[in-house]
Design a protein around this ligand. Structure first.
Ligand code: PLP
Length: 474
């Protein structure tokens, strides 16, 4: 494809993108097909000569689109949102066009300095104290792994990275998170070499939030056994139910034992753009690190995870590496983000954040998130008002956990789980909505996550009516 063809095709792709977004409500939210159905349509080997862009676009429609799950659909209520927005998509196209590797200041000064500016904007936007400095990571999972690595280094006097398993404190470190914490914490503990058997999963209370008394007992028992608490991960907005761990009480304990406090607010952090949600960050001023995902609920394309730390030195001592071929004249005066995370190569992710923050403005972001929270509360009200349904967890933000329970069935009847399994399959098979599930207190629960930029109140109401209709059918 030469540049003249590129220009023509780029216009066609722009039209395709706008048409796609307009068409979303008319498409089934997710495909219904057997595993392998898409793969088997690809030729076994790549083409030996180049093919026309028309052919590629035609095959996109024929092969790929029938297998797409439409995450930006107004009926997407699964998992947590992974919102994009028009401004973000346009920035991604420009990032891709420039194709810069922003691994260090010297390799792309604008990439580094835009990221510095955007991390400062984001910090202010969600009301994090000025003691925090931010960097973009690909995902919250990577950010949490980095936090655990930093905790490990600090707890071992930075000797683990030099001595490995023979470091004096190796084998003594422990990590804590609630039973409801995201699986990325267990993965991080495993990858950091601490070992999953040293991860303590702390009991939760009736709201599914970590119990600080249980954390205190676990830490005290470990210290008495000669172990060394290295890190506590508090979750603000758990994956199953958006439970809010009590960060101030947890911070008391991490201070007492000198452990690292990492706050995982992957989903809920975006809600802190609202003044009325600032309580979400209570106690976070005492954390060592904090992560939230603009790629979940801040209308910024995947991937973009905002990781904030109080002590940049520890981060750079843990992740920094200085081979000769990367040295440059200004290294003493600039930030080299390659030393602030795991990968060397880095995309210019800050550009899309800049576009999004300018396109929405603070007030635009606040209005959208406020609307989502209000819609989730309204949906919860419909659940509460119907005797054949019940909410299964608090709804502090945009997620409603609920289930169908006909009045004749007791709460602990296993038939209720089976009924809701069938209900979920029935709702999702309509193509009008996609919900996901979890278990809370061992019970099968439906999750409806409000967050699509395309969602309207009318669509949500129709979804509720659809759920009631499907429930009558199962
Ligand atoms: N932490 C929480 C609380 C989450 O809900 C999720 C994903 O939903 C993650 C971490 C992982 O996020 P990522 O996909 O950015 O690694």
């Amino acid at each position: 494809m030469d540049l003249q063809q590129f220009r023509i095709n780029a216009h066609r792709v722009a039209d395709w993108m706008a048409d796609y977004l307009v068409s979303l409500p008319d498409r089934p939210v997710s495909p219904s097909l057997a595993p392998g159905a898409i793969r088997r349509q690809f030729p076994a080997a790549p083409p030996s000569t180049g093919e026309s862009f028309e052919q590629v676009l035609a095959d996109l429609e024929r092969i790929v689109m029938p297998g797409m799950s439409h995450w930006q659909h107004p009926g997407w209520f699964g998992y947590f949102p992974a919102d994009t927005s028009p401004a973000s998509v346009l920035a991604e196209m420009m990032t891709a066009t420039m194709g810069a590797n922003c691994m260090s200041w010297a390799t792309c000064p604008a990439g580094t300095e835009t990221e510095q500016a955007m991390m400062e904007w984001l910090r202010q936007l969600i009301g994090l104290p000025a003691t925090f400095t931010g960097v973009i990571q690909d995902t919250a999972s990577s950010a949490t792994l980095v936090a655990i690595l930093c905790a490990r280094e600090r707890a071992t006097g930075f000797s683990w990275s030099r001595l490995g398993a023979s470091a004096p404190d190796a084998g003594r470190l422990t990590v804590y998170a609630s039973r409801e914490a995201h699986s990325s914490i267990a993965k991080g503990v495993r990858l950091a070499g601490i070992g999953e058997e040293r991860l303590r999963l702390i009991d939760t209370d009736a709201t599914f939030a970590m119990r600080p008394d249980a954390l205190a007992s676990a830490m005290a028992a470990d210290v008495a056994a000669g172990l060394k608490p290295a890190c506590v991960v508090a979750t603000v907005g758990t994956t199953s139910s958006t439970a809010l761990d009590p960060v101030p009480a947890i911070a008391e304990l991490t201070a007492r034992y000198g452990a690292w406090l990492h706050v995982d607010a992957a989903y809920a952090g975006s809600a802190a753009v609202l003044p009325e949600q600032h309580h979400l960050l209570q106690g976070v001023d005492r954390a060592d690190s904090f992560v939230f995902n603009p790629h979940k609920w801040l209308f910024t394309n995947f991937d973009c995870s905002a990781y904030f730390v109080r002590d940049v030195d520890t981060l750079v001592r843990t992740c920094g590496i200085h081979p000769e071929y990367l040295k440059s004249a200004h290294d003493d005066a600039v930030v080299n983000y390659r030393d602030w995370g795991i990968p060397l190569g880095r995309r210019f992710r800050a550009l899309k954040l800049w576009f999004v923050l300018r396109d929405f403005g603070v007030e635009g972001l606040q209005a959208k998130i406020r609307e989502h929270i209000a819609l989730a509360r309204e949906f919860r009200g419909w659940v509460e008002a119907d005797p054949a349904f019940e909410p299964m967890a608090p709804t502090p933000l945009g997620l409603v956990c609920f289930r169908h329970r006909p009045t004749e069935l007791r709460a602990d009847d296993p038939a209720v789980d089976e009924l809701n399994r069938r209900l979920l399959a029935s709702i999702n098979s309509t193509g009008r909505a996609l919900l996901t599930h979890t278990t809370l207190n061992g019970r099968y629960v439906l999750r409806l996550s409000v967050g699509s930029l395309a969602l309207t109140r009318e669509y949500l109401r129709e979804t509720w009516e659809l759920i009631v209709e499907c429930a009558a059918g199962v």
